[in-house]
Design a protein around this ligand. Structure first.
Ligand code: NDP
Length: 337
């Protein structure tokens, strides 16, 4: 059983050398009465929150990995054996699994049985899995979009951002996205239908760029990056604007977070700014499937994936999301069935 092991806790952005691939053995039989499953992993998802698990952090919403053990994360898998009443052999599932060929799953709280297989299975690591739910909850539940509103999305070509932009277009909004390369900007404008997009690495005066692209101001900001971009957005918000604080990837590996000077805007413009964790909203997953599946089938929502091939390329794929190497949702294909 090949597995990806964390060598030691990291303190800054992880490097490929912080992980290594090793062989082990695993029993492919689930002990009777144990409520566990044995699965074959098919796709693994590379997600920014995994950085926190690679660090030794006290009091965080997610528990750190154990150095010397395989790392864990969201994935898509096939059940080989089950001692759990809700799952049986050959079921396809998505949820938390190990970065290895085969895993024993003991925690089934956030494990979903896959019912629809007429779409790519890797989608359950992206648009039909945790990142999809993150976009859906943050945009619809927290931002309450209305037709004609002005929407800004950062890290807009990524797993979550590409969906938020497309949802906003479907709601009749004007949508602008920021991303870290011209190739990604091109994707936003010419594939996902954003009205405008810019490369934040080439336009360092974020506030001036936002003023140019939003002369009337921003109604909704879907924040994936935090830091200076959030500060610049605050200056450009409209009265009664809403901000979903989804993530702050620009701050995750800084020793000193970049201060926000424009926070008083929240008061003067009566802006609603709300953070959320997708795990608390999984009860809405059936609603999301009902909304998104027809849109995937009719090409009304597109999804770009960046698929690394094999566990031997998994560590590089994971560290790549912290430097923006991924174009679209970063997935690792372990076995495509
Ligand atoms: P992505 O697929 O967007 O991958 C990460 C991207 O972040 C990179 O491709 C890169 O794109 C961008 N990035 C990396 N470093 C920086 C930086 N210093 N400044 C600006 N951008 C940077 O990831 P996801 O879509 O999966 O996640 C997006 C955000 O959503 C993250 O902040 C994540 O933590 C958060 N999240 C929150 C959840 C919740 O429950 N609240 C659940 C899931 C995700 P580029 O080339 O454009 O810089």
């Amino acid at each position: 059983n090949m597995k990806v092991i964390l060598k030691n806790y990291v303190s800054v952005s992880p490097q490929e050398t912080d992980m290594h691939l090793t062989a082990g053995t695993i029993k492919l039989k689930a002990p009777t009465g144990s409520n566990t499953l044995v699965v074959k992993n098919l796709f693994l998802s590379c997600d920014p929150y995994m950085l926190f698990k690679m660090m030794k952090l006290e009091s965080h919403y997610t528990q750190s990995y154990t150095p010397g053990s395989p790392i864990t994360g969201y994935g898509v898998a096939k059940v080989l054996d089950s001692a759990h009443p809700d799952f049986e052999k050959d079921d396809l599932v998505w949820g938390i699994t190990g970065w290895e060929e085969y895993s024993v799953i003991t925690e089934t709280n956030h494990l979903f049985k896959i019912q629809h297989t007429d779409v790519p299975l890797s989608y359950y690591a992206g648009i039909l899995g945790m990142p999809g739910m993150t976009a859906y909850v943050g945009f619809y539940e927290l931002c309450c979009p209305k037709k004609g509103e002005n929407v800004f999305v950062s890290a807009a070509s990524g797993a979550v951002g590409q969906l938020v932009g497309q949802f906003a277009k479907l709601e009749g909004c004007y949508v602008v996205g920021s991303a870290g390369s011209n190739e990604k900007v091109d994707l936003l404008k010419n594939k996902f239908g954003f009205d405008e997009a810019f490369n934040y690495k080439e336009e360092p005066d974020f506030s001036a760029t936002l003023k140019r692209l939003f002369p009337q101001g921003i109604d909704i900001y879907f924040d994936n990056v935090g830091g200076k971009m959030l500060d610049a957005v605050l200056l450009n918000m409209r009265v009664h604007g809403r901000i979903a604080l989804c993530g702050m990837i620009s701050q995750y590996n800084l020793e000193q977070p970049e201060g926000l000077r424009n926070l008083t805007t929240i008061v003067s413009k009566q802006v609603r700014m709300q953070g959320y964790l997708v795990f608390d909203y999984y009860h809405l997953y059936p609603n999301y499937l009902h909304m998104i599946l027809p849109k995937i089938r009719h090409n009304q929502v597109l999804y770009v994936e960046d698929i690394a091939d094999g566990l031997e390329n998994a560590a590089a794929a994971l560290v790549g999301i912290f430097s923006g190497r991924n174009i679209g949702k970063q997935v690792v294909a372990v076995d495509c069935l």
